[in-house]
Design a binder for this molecule. Structure first.
Ligand code: NMX
Ligand code: MLT
Length: 472
């Protein structure tokens, strides 16, 4: 059965063995419930041949269709607006924001299974959705949680590799070192060395990605406890779901914090393919570097202040505002601080985006979480004031294409509220979540046999000559 071909986002998610139905916006959402469908890998096994045929057909029938013109501005401007890669798991609309396999964040919050009634989605459910394009049942999500637990054992040498770094090393450096140390267990590398045929590449890639996703929380928690809690680690509670267990290993067991972690991990997973970390993971993977190597590269991109490190920068910036003005900061003081930041040549962290042109829906759902659980929190109130103050100032600058807040403008104050106040650690949380999006697409990259990525580059001289000829 073809799941994706020419269908709408809604019908795409219908599955054939329908045993349960839920209603969303008047549409019947059909979900599978049978025990034989609990294994994620067999689900993929079924989907892959039809998707391979679909890609072949697309190439042979429409390979020569033009997708737009490349301008000199695009080449000089970080390839903005240039459609240049295939990314199946999610798609970003500049106005509306992200859709994971066709589902917006509010839709995911409605249809994905939760740990508590009317709670936040379980990230395992989103992983299932990203990989299969289908909304999983609670049973499928529970089976995936268990599968991840069964894969979560981290070899001792990984912790030794992290311990070899000074404790003062940035958490992202320690985390990525842990990922590189995990690489020695790569199933893909072993299979490739043995001469596995290309048609089977996706299978060890699946093993590596699932193992990687499963092992990141203990590695990330180790880094946190090593740096901020005198190295006193906390054992996993494998009865918990993925995000709750992660929060538990970090040292946070408040049920509201567990819900926050479920929301956090869900919304940071994927943001289509062109963002720095996803694009890097995909690029490095296209050389048939295994998922550990690809993901470590992605994390190094995430660690940049214009990308994932912005969540650290936001909380540090907010705390520096308070340090200078006191906690009862007025709108005028905030305006003054924003201008001071801009005049010193810095960006206002948490605002702006390479694609989005409206408020990031990931910001909005975090705001809704704050309104529900921590409306009186002073830092949340400051973040709300920033929503009033920053966009008009960035608009006044005249060059900023999107003055609205992005995902990073909000996450820190939520974590800080529940005691996770060490801003330097925040990008590691983003990294754990992003493994689900990058890993899912890496599996599909190998299943679809996507080629080595190798765009053409040119020199300024080449461009000048080209433009001269074009004008003549
Ligand atoms: N504060 C100050 N200046 C900004 C901001 C901002 N928040 N956003 C954009 N600009 C500037 C930008 O630096 C550029 O200036 P110049 O021409 O002098 O180099 C100009 O406005 C045009 O940039 P845009 O085309 O609007 O944005 P671009 O696509 O190049 O960059 C970001 C996107 C996200 C890098 C940029 O908006 C930014 O630096 N934001 C602050 C950092 C941040 O929050 N990053 C997190 C993004 C989300 N994530 O998690 O990855
Ligand atoms: C992301 O989540 O990757 C960021 O919003 C950056 C982007 O999409 O470019």
């Amino acid at each position: 059965m073809a799941f994706f071909r020419g269908l709408t986002a809604v019908s795409r998610l219908r599955s054939r063995a329908a045993q349960e139905a839920t209603t969303l916006g008047g549409v019947r959402w059909l979900q599978m419930q049978s025990a034989s469908n609990l294994d994620l890998k067999s689900q993929l096994q079924e989907l892959i041949p039809e998707q391979q045929d679909r890609l072949k057909k697309l190439k042979s029938e429409h390979g020569k269709v033009q997708l737009g013109n490349i301008t000199v501005d695009m080449v000089l401007g970080g390839m903005r607006g240039m459609t240049g890669m295939l990314w199946e798991t999610s798609l970003l609309d500049p106005e509306e924001g992200i859709r994971f396999r066709g589902l917006s964040i509010p839709e995911c919050q409605k249809v994905l299974p939760t740990a508590v009634k009317d709670g936040e989605p379980l990230p395992e459910g989103l992983l299932w959705l990203l990989l299969t394009g289908k909304v999983p049942t609670k049973e499928q999500v529970d089976a995936l949680s268990k599968e991840l637990v069964s894969r979560s054992s981290v070899p001792g040498h990984v912790y030794k590799a992290i311990d070899a770094l000074p404790v003062t090393a940035h958490p992202m450096t320690q985390f990525t070192t842990g990922v590189m140390a995990l690489q020695v267990e790569s199933e893909f590398q072993k299979a490739y060395d043995k001469g596995m045929p290309k048609s089977k590449f996706w299978e060890p890639t699946y093993e590596d990605c699932l193992n990687l996703i499963a092992r990141l929380p203990p590695v990330a928690a180790y880094v946190y406890r090593r740096i901020f809690k005198d190295g006193k680690t906390i054992a996993a509670n494998n009865a918990l779901d993925y995000a709750a267990n992660f929060s538990h290993m970090l040292g946070f067991d408040d049920p509201k914090m567990l819900e926050l972690m479920r929301l956090y991990v869900t919304i940071h997973t994927d943001h289509e393919g062109g963002n720095v970390s996803a694009h890097t993971g995909h690029l490095v993977g296209s050389a048939l570097s295994d998922p550990y190597l690809s993901f470590a590269a992605a994390l190094n991109g995430l660690a940049g202040p214009l990308h994932g490190l912005a969540n650290q920068e936001v909380l540090l910036w907010i705390k520096s505002v308070i340090g200078e003005t006191g906690s009862d900061v007025t709108i005028d003081q905030l305006k003054e601080y924003v201008w001071k930041t801009l005049k010193s040549g810095k960006v206002v962290p948490g605002f702006g985006h390479g694609v989005l042109r409206k408020t990031d829906p990931r910001y909005t759902c975090q705001r809704e979480f704050a309104l529900k659980y921590l409306p009186e929190d002073p830092l949340f109130q400051l973040v709300s004031k920033l929503y009033e103050v920053v966009p008009p100032i960035l608009t006044e600058l005249g060059k900023v294409k999107n003055p609205w807040p992005n995902v990073d403008a909000h996450s820190g104050v939520l974590l800080n509220h529940f005691g996770l106040s060490e801003a330097r650690y925040y990008t590691v949380l983003f990294g754990v979540s992003r493994s689900m999006g990058i890993g899912s697409q890496l599996i599909w990259d190998r299943a679809l046999g996507l080629p080595l990525e190798r765009p053409k580059s040119v020199t300024m001289e080449w461009l000048e000559n080209y433009c001269r000829k074009a004008a003549a």
